[in-house]
Design a protein around this ligand. Structure first.
Ligand code: FPP
Length: 235
C-alpha cells in the first residue's frame, strides 16, 4: 500500500459518498440488499486502506436524512449492517487504534443502533489513530439547522463563520480536503455542505461494492495533483 504518490499535500480528511450498491446488485441480478452487503465489505477495505495510508479522518456517508424514504425492508437491512459493522469491527479498531465517531442526528436513529453507536464511540474515544466518522441519519442542511437551534438555545451573539462551526456536529474535525463519490453521479447529495465548501471532488464511475484500496490511492494521487486556491488567484 502506498500513500497515493508524490506531489502536493496529502488529504488529511477524506469524505466518501458510497454510491452504487443498488446498481451493482441490479447488474448482478441480485436483490438490492446484496449490494449493500458488498458495499459494507468495500467500506471495510477502504477503512483499512485509509488507515494504512495515514489518513487522519475518514467520513463515510452511510445513511442520509433522506434515505428513510426507501422501502422499510431496505432501511432495516442497512441498519442491521451498521449494527453488524459496529460490533464486528471492534477488534479491528482496537488493533489499529481507530476511533469511531458520529455525524448526524442521533435522535432519529432506532434505539438499538443509537446504543451500539454510542458504545463504539465510547469504547474507542481515546484511540489516537485514524478517526472514522459514520455519517448516519446525516444531512448537510439538517446539520446546519441543528447548529442554528443549538446557537439560539444559548442566546449566542450573531456568529462569524469560524464561530458558527462550533455548533456543527464535530467542530474539532477539520473540513474535508477531498470528497470522493463512487458510481459516477456529479452531486453533493446533501453531504458535508458546510465543511465541504472548498473540498476537492473526485468522482469515479466504479460502483461502490467494487472499490478497493487501489481506487482510494488513485483518488488521493489525483487530489495531490491539484492546486487549491480557496477562491484566490493562481500562485
Ligand atoms: C448508496 O447506494 C448506498 C447507501 C445509501 C447505503 C450505504 C451503506 C453501506 C455501504 C453499508 C454500510 C456501511 C457501513 C460503513 C456501516 P444506493 O443504494 O443509492 O445505490 P444506487 O444509487 O445504485 O441504487
Amino acid at each position: 500500500m502506498t500513500d497515493g504518490g508524490s506531489g502536493g499535500a496529502f488529504p488529511r480528511h477524506i469524505g466518501v459518498i458510497m454510491d452504487g450498491n443498488g446498481r451493482w446488485a441490479r447488474m448482478q441480478g441480485k436483490a438490492r440488499t446484496q449490494g449493500h452487503l458488498e458495499g459494507l465489505k468495500a467500506a471495510k477495505r477502504i477503512v483499512k486502506a485509509a488507515s494504512d495510508m495515514g489518513v487522519s479522518w475518514l467520513t463515510l456517508y452511510t445513511f442520509s436524512t433522506e434515505n428513510w424514504k426507501r422501502a422499510r425492508e431496505e432501511v432495516s437491512f442497512i441498519m442491521g449492517l451498521v449494527k453488524r459493522y459496529l460490533r464486528g469491527e471492534l477488534d479491528f479498531y482496537r488493533q489499529n487504534r481507530i476511533r469511531i465517531r458520529h455525524a448526524g442526528d442521533p435522535e432519529g436513529l432506532p434505539r438499538d443502533i443509537r446504543g451500539e453507536l454510542e458504545a463504539a464511540c465510547a469504547e474507542t474515544r481515546d484511540f489516537e489513530g485514524m478517526q472514522v466518522i459514520l455519517a448516519l441519519n446525516y444531512g448537510g442542511r439538517d446539520e446546519i439547522i441543528r447548529g442554528i437551534a443549538k446557537l439560539l438555545a444559548r442566546n449566542a451573539d450573531p456568529p462569524t463563520e469560524a464561530g458558527f462551526r462550533l455548533y456543527l456536529d464535530n467542530p474539532d474535525i477539520p473540513d474535508p480536503d477531498l470528497i470522493i463519490r463512487s458510481a459516477g453521479e456529479w452531486r453533493t447529495s446533501n453531504f458535508l455542505l458546510w465543511g465541504g465548501a472548498y473540498a476537492e471532488y473526485y468522482v469515479s464511475e466504479k460502483l461502490w461494492p467494487d472499490w478497493t484500496g487501489e481506487d482510494l490511492e488513485m483518488a488521493v494521487s489525483r487530489f495531490r495533483e491539484r492546486e487549491r486556491r480557496y477562491g484566490g488567484a493562481e500562485a
